[in-house]
Ligand binder design. Sequence first.
Ligand code: ZN
Length: 285
Amino acid sequence: MTNPINSYNLIPYIGKYAHFGEVYEGIQGKLDCDYWVLASNETKAREHFTQVPSMLQCFEEWFGPYPFYEDGYKLVESPHLGMEHQSAVAYGNQYLNGYLGTDLSGTGHGLKWDFIIIHESGHEWFGNSITTADIADMWVHEGFTNYSETIFTQCQQGEEAGNDYVVGCRKNIRNDIPIIGPYGVNQEGSGDMYPKSASMLHTIRHIVGDSVFKGDAIGDEQGFYHSTVTSADVETFSACSASAISAKCSINICAPPRSRPRMGGVQEEALRPAGRTAWTAWRRR
Ligand SMILES: [Zn+2]
């Protein structure tokens, strides 16, 4: 490893592995991709892992260069479902598409790609390159990464499919407690940090447009490249950069205080062309 790595992303793998690999021609040059799978699964893996190059191409287009070119990209078979270990994703999805063969969106679109390959690899940009200082802010990891599933669905199946996917995942929103947990006590917020944060990002994307959103997502990744952040850092950076660009569209993306993910409640979306203000509000139940 030549890049710094957060402690929870370190893991040793031990097994009777077979190895194969490929070189991906990425936007920063050649990226070594190495796959370590149980020898008895090599034939299945060689077919199934062909999803990797299309994932890398899609995410580099939307989020910027893969963050760990020096260390390569790896999938390593594990006895558990999966984990975003930096530059060496643990893979245990049984060579099935979806999440162990099921679609979390209920639309069918999630059955056309492997959840662990797509989701855990999305974490290389959001979670591994950009890491929050306190797990209370874990929505930064899981919200952007959950939304990377929608982005990949769009890359693979078209925009309408991506829209269906993120809307389908809303059935998993519980609106129970705030997405951001209490600080300083090693406690996460609501599991809504996955689908609800992704829906928030989808709302923002459709307010500002794809080119602005893409630039902002890349800006977030590049602005905080290989660094430790807080939710407030990301909110401020996103709001400022999006506002600067969206000024051209006469829309103010700056969210009012009550719209922040610190509140639980029901998401409301509104656009006020007259006041030239757009926001996503979170109303307590
Ligand atoms: Zn995740």
